[in-house]
Design a protein. Structure first.
Length: 321
């Protein structure tokens, strides 16, 4: 009873920020993302009567006790559905460093969901996998389907799942991750969601969301890079404005984050069309089209040459291997 799965991380263009139901991880708003080609997790899960407890190993790093507990909790969810009580051995590795500004919980829990459910012969469809992955990490629901993905808000668990809007080859959009800080973040993403509602700007953010999602989907449909980029960057700043004004305030940016943001604005003024986004952390994702990648990498070499850089294209979602 063994299976191996691989799943990409994803970058949210419209962010999931704030939950309407903590336990079921139901988001307050719909979010839209792109699966990342060069940031994925590969996980093998084996259930066996020979195992006397669950064991979890990460071959490229160390998992904290809390992280291991979160994995066992997710195995329990899947065991409950399969009506199976066998213990499991989990071996996992990421293609990218932890704390790089790439969500390892998204790729990690998507790969775990597919590998564990397949090892237990559950034969779940994409919607079911997305719902179960969501229970472990909201953004993991978006790492199950391919390419450009929408995760629907809903007040019921069965209706809040992610599905593919377009396959990876729909549009050659690039996500260049610039790791300006390698240190772990002081406040976890899970905790940041809880603080959101304390900001006086949170209500305004949510009131505007349905319109923003609609306009963004329209821009994506027309492959209008200018509008797409404007919305992506504005959305990231909007989410961070809420973080900055929550209680206590959350500031993930460092001097290098701000300095790169300003560079991006300057490059844009000089005619290179590129936009930034960032999640709950200091590292930036630069979104551009294929024709500008070379130019951006050369610009980065001048001022951010010492930073690790990961170049991603749109990718498929979770797969068994
Ligand atoms: O899925 P979580 O609980 O790790 O939350 C992800 C939140 C953001 O990364 C800030 C935004 C997003 O939609 O990915």
């Amino acid at each position: 009873m063994k299976a191996t799965a691989t799943a990409p991380s994803n970058i949210a263009f419209i962010k999931f920020f704030g939950k309407m139901n903590e336990e079921l991880r139901l988001p307050v708003n719909t979010s839209i993302s792109m699966c990342l080609s060069d940031a994925f997790t590969t996980t093998t899960v084996e259930f066996s009567p020979d195992y006397l407890s669950d064991s979890i190993e990460m071959t490229d790093g160390i998992l904290s006790r809390a992280e291991k507990e979160r994995i066992v909790e997710h195995l329990d969810r899947i065991r409950k559905i399969a009506k199976n009580r066998l213990f499991a051995k989990v071996v996992t590795r990421n293609s990218f460093p932890k704390s790089s500004g790439i969500a390892s919980s998204a790729s990690g829990f998507a790969a775990l969901t597919l590998a564990a459910s397949s090892a237990l012969n559950l034969n779940l469809n994409e919607k079911e996998l997305s719902i179960i992955a969501r229970l472990a990490s909201g953004s993991a629901s978006r790492s199950i389907p391919d390419g450009f993905v929408e995760w629907k808000k809903s007040n019921t668990s069965q209706e809040s799942y992610a599905y593919s809007l377009y396959p990876p080859d729909y549009w050659d959009i690039y996500d260049i991750v610039v790791v300006v800080e390698k240190e772990s973040k002081p406040v976890t993403t899970t905790d940041s969601h809880k603080l959101a509602a304390g900001s006086p700007f949170y209500k305004t953010r949510i009131i505007d969301m349905d319109n923003k999602v609609k306009t963004f989907k329209h821009a994506l449909k027309r492959k209008d890079f200018h509008l797409t980029g404007e919305i992506i960057e504005g959305e990231a700043l909007n989410m961070h404005a809420v973080m900055l004004t929550s209680h206590p305030p959350l500031l993930y940016w460092t001097e290098k984050t701000v300095s790169l943001m300003k560079e991006v604005w300057q490059w844009r003024k000089n005619g290179t069309e590129v936009y930034f986004t960032l999640d709950a952390g200091p590292n930036l994702h630069l979104i551009c089209e294929e024709k500008t990648v070379k130019n951006i990498l050369s610009n980065l070499g001048k001022s951010f040459g010492q930073c690790e850089i990961i170049v991603n294209k749109p990718a498929n979602g979770a797969r068994l291997i």
